[in-house]
Design a protein around this ligand. Structure first.
Ligand code: MTE
Length: 357
């Protein structure tokens, strides 16, 4: 479906929400497009690259109205390897703590890494010249989410300093090919280090403003609420930068496998200029740990893969991991301490149970 692998875990067909089986990500720094997770709030728009236009307006001196070839000719092309992660990645573990009605029960693979080609949003903003009072940059797309009352197009925003930082892309290429429609073609925003919700697909409008976007997806959704709070506009912590996380990709939860030396493979991700410095793996719930080999990230904006060989004893066994970043921060032990009503930002220790014989 939609050019994805047959074994994708499809949570919803419409809007299409799917993540790859963990083994499809194991050991691969770049995620093939057919395995890249897909998160949508409405049906995909079908935009013709030949007639697509991007408008840049709001608190700027010079409004812009650009075709795809204007974008490609007028600004320097950049290619960056960036990991995208949905704020709902690993929600299933929060759901096991307490129900979260109406939200997709994502496993640990709502995260993927691609090489994106496009132009720097910062270069467009230099041409548009934000005026005093400008503090946020909002993105709007034409896909309408029927689940929001009243239904509304997808939108989001990021703070102006992030928008001007150079790494935020307006991308038309993914892994060396034109950006597929399912991932936002002809052009999407890629915001490295921020929750995937800010990387607006099918972008048509960039607005420089004094306040964050008033889109439902910025003002009400993608916010971290206290456990017993009701959602509402402006309530809770608006999620921007991602939290450090890690997961075990192989073996998979529930696998039956031979006892003895076993490759254990996973990813860890430290966004916003930090690096994963160490990954510990335990077979006894965290009483003793063995350090994994942690690969260099393929770019400052990407995850790091890790691996080690562990001697699995016969019988049921839990494999646990925890990552540390280069500031000395690590992951919280249990999802219960992180539970929140919409089920975001679960970065607790990953745990899988396997049966070795
Ligand atoms: N952009 C539009 N226009 N519509 C959407 O539904 N979903 C967002 C973001 N951009 C979305 C969007 C969310 S929540 C995520 S996690 C990423 O796109 C997912 O990008 P992908 O489907 O290319 O993996």
């Amino acid at each position: 479906m939609w050019g994805k692998r047959d074994d994708m875990v499809v949570h919803d067909k419409e809007p299409f929400n799917a993540e790859p089986p963990p083994a499809a990500l194991a050991g691969q720094a770049l995620t093939p497009v057919d395995a890249f997770y897909s998160r949508n709030h409405g049906p995909f728009p079908d935009l013709d690259p030949a007639t697509w236009r991007l408008r840049v307006d709001g608190l700027v001196d010079q409004e812009l109205d650009l075709s795809l070839s204007d974008l490609q000719r007028r600004f320097e092309t950049r290619t960056e390897v960036v990991t995208l992660e949905c704020a709902g990645n690993r929600r299933a573990e929060l759901l096991a703590v307490r129900p979260i009605p109406g939200q997709v029960p994502w496993g640990p693979t709502t995260i993927s890494t691609a090489e994106w080609t496009g132009v720097s949003l910062a270069d467009l903003l230099v041409a548009a010249r934000p005026v005093p009072g400008a503090a946020h940059v909002a993105f709007t797309a034409p896909d309408v989410s029927p689940s929001v009352d009243p239904p509304q197009p997808y939108g989001s925003s990021i703070p102006l300093p992030k928008a001007c930082s150079g790494e935020v892309l307006l991308a038309w290429g993914m892994n060396g090919a034109p950006l597929p429609r399912i991932h936002g073609g002809p052009v999407r925003v890629v915001v490295p280090g921020f929750i995937g919700a800010r990387s607006v697909k099918w972008v048509q409008h960039v607005t420089v403003a004094s306040e964050p976007s008033d889109s439902y997806f910025q003002a009400e959704d993608y916010r971290l609420l206290p456990p017993d709070a009701e959602p509402g506009p402006g309530r809770g912590i608006s999620l921007g930068p991602l939290t450090m996380t890690s997961a075990i990709l192989s073996p998979d939860h529930g696998d039956r496998l031979p006892a003895g030396p076993t490759d254990v493979i996973g990813y860890a991700f430290a966004p916003e200029g930090r690096r994963i410095a160490r990954v510990d793996v335990s077979l006894d719930g965290g009483q003793t740990w063995t350090q994994a080999v942690v690969d260099d990230p393929p770019s400052p904006w990407a995850w790091q893969l890790w691996h080690l060989v562990l001697d699995l004893p016969a019988g049921p066994v839990e494999i646990t991991a925890r990552a540390w970043d280069d500031s000395g921060a690590t992951q919280p032990e249990f999802p219960a301490s992180l539970w929140n009503p919409a089920g975001y930002a679960n970065n607790s220790w990953p745990r899988i149970r396997v049966d070795a014989a």
